[in-house]
Design a protein around this ligand. Structure first.
Ligand code: AMP
Ligand code: GLY
Length: 436
């Protein structure tokens, strides 16, 4: 069969890598992809969010399955339009994806259905929002309701910071229309964990837990990013907590989405805070996480294409999903300056060397071929250059977390590009708690 993957990041490289392993798959194409994905799939240029263009490509290519990676095309209605045209699509409809694309809608949905989450108020009016901050005080979290590339949640330690956040989101419109409505919520304390689940209507199968590192610098300092690294499993995620997450979160959310006429097919991502009162939802995402995917999919023993097809046809069963007991860690190598301004077009060295390492997978995020370089004209492999903020996600697997992390950093040390930076403490806290 032919599979078309939509997207261009490290998540999509991991998806393409896993899909290409299915014995049923003869060909994978990716729109638009990147230099790493090009080793496994045929790249189709173009914009992933352009639904009319996606339809044109799908009609020309006739894929047997279309997998949508990022939230942009889902928010634009790609899944609805492609499904209406007769394609098998893995990824939720626009209305189901509102779990991610409207934090205000999602908060009300969670409250309606008794899904544990931070207490919150919703505001369309900046004056009222400022007044609310005055009445409740800090700490608080101010969130733009719409999509803001992972940067729309501002944790405020003081009322002053919360006022600034409201002004920036609602008055200066830092995130544009995404900040027309804000959600102001209670600050939750605890460990964060990402639980992704294969979902199909009211059926679902949770994946192994993972933890992202959202801040740019070691020790969780500096601004939020798209994610600087991840690991799996998460030792603090006990079977008791897992059982509660299934019962109170996925077990409530998925039937409720069906009941509200928004049946969900795709990966539902729950970003959780493990608080003293139990697990609470920080956010839902309508897709796999990035970089969580780069540690979760390498642990999946089953055929991902079978799981996706079964989800679409309504025959998803827990027995279809099995996991490797090995641990995985991924270290994101980012461009100098990211998450602020950064340069692109810088040559990346050392990729060849890492391609032969045991249990190491270098997933590309912001990379492209250097068309101007002599290697391509000479017929050899074209050199790869940076083309985004997050450039690579270097994943390794081993018998335990400590081994996976050591292996990932050994691979990272072989890769160089000007200005490259990465966190040195991926999984360090979890490993510290495990002891020797
Ligand atoms: P979000 O975009 O909603 O995932 O938020 C980004 C990050 O902000 C999360 O990963 C948390 O670290 C933090 N955050 C969001 N909401 C809360 C909350 N209610 N309490 C504490 N931290 C939060
Ligand atoms: N890693 C966080 C996200 O994908 O939203």
């Amino acid at each position: 069969m032919k599979v078309l993957v939509v997207g261009s990041g490290g998540r999509e490289h991991a998806l393409v890598w896993k899909i290409a392993q299915s014995p049923r798959v003869a060909e994978v194409s990716c729109l638009p992809g990147n230099a790493g994905i090009a080793q496994l799939a045929r790249l189709i240029p173009g914009k992933a969010e352009d639904v009319a263009y996606l339809l044109t490509v799908a009609r020309a290519e006739r894929p047997d399955l279309i997998v949508i990676g990022p939230e942009g095309p889902l928010a634009a209605g790609a899944s609805d339009a492609l499904t209406e045209s007769g394609f098998k699509v893995y990824g939720p409809t626009r209305r189901a994806a509102e779990v991610e694309t409207s934090k205000a809608w999602c908060k009300e949905f969670m409250v309606r259905h008794g899904i544990p989450t931070a207490a919150a108020e919703i505001f369309d009016d900046a004056v009222a929002a400022h007044g609310y901050v005055e009445s409740v005080g800090a700490p608080l979290v101010v969130k733009a309701s719409g999509l803001a590339a992972g940067k729309g949640a501002i944790v405020c330690a003081t009322a002053g910071e919360a006022h600034e956040a409201i002004s920036s989101i609602m008055e200066a419109k830092t995130f544009g229309e995404a900040g027309r409505t804000v959600v102001i919520e209670e600050y939750l304390e605890g460990d964060e964990v990402s639980i992704l689940a294969f979902a199909a209507g009211d059926r679902y199968v949770p994946m192994v837990p993972s933890q992202d590192h959202k801040r740019v610098f070691d020790g969780d300092r500096g601004p939020n990013t798209g994610g600087m690294g991840a690991y799996s499993p998460v030792p603090s995620y006990t079977p008791e907590i897992a059982e509660r997450v299934q019962r109170e979160i996925f077990g409530r959310a998925l039937p409720a989405l069906v009941a509200e006429g928004r049946p969900y097919v795709g990966v539902l991502y729950a970003g959780l805070m493990l608080t003293r009162q139990g697990p609470k939802v920080i956010e839902f995402n309508a897709r796999m996480g990035d970089p969580e995917t780069q540690v979760v999919l390498p642990r999946l023993d089953s055929d991902l294409v079978d799981i996706m097809e079964a989800s679409i046809t309504g025959s998803l069963r827990p027995g279809m999903v099995s996991w490797s007991p090995r641990a995985a860690a991924t270290v994101v190598m980012a461009s100098g300056g990211y998450p602020g301004k950064y340069h692109t077009g810088l040559p990346i060295h050392g990729l060849e060397e890492t391609s032969t390492l045991d249990s190491v997978l270098v997933f590309h995020a912001g990379t492209a071929f250097d068309a101007a370089a002599p290697g391509k004209a000479g017929g050899g492999a074209a050199p790869v250059k940076t083309s985004g903020g997050r450039v690579l996600a270097v994943t390794a697997l081993a018998g335990d977390l400590r081994g996976a992390v050591a292996r990932a950093y050994a691979a990272v040390s072989k890769i160089r590009f000007e200005g490259a930076h990465y966190r040195k403490d991926i999984a360090a806290r979890a490993i510290g708690r495990l002891g020797t």
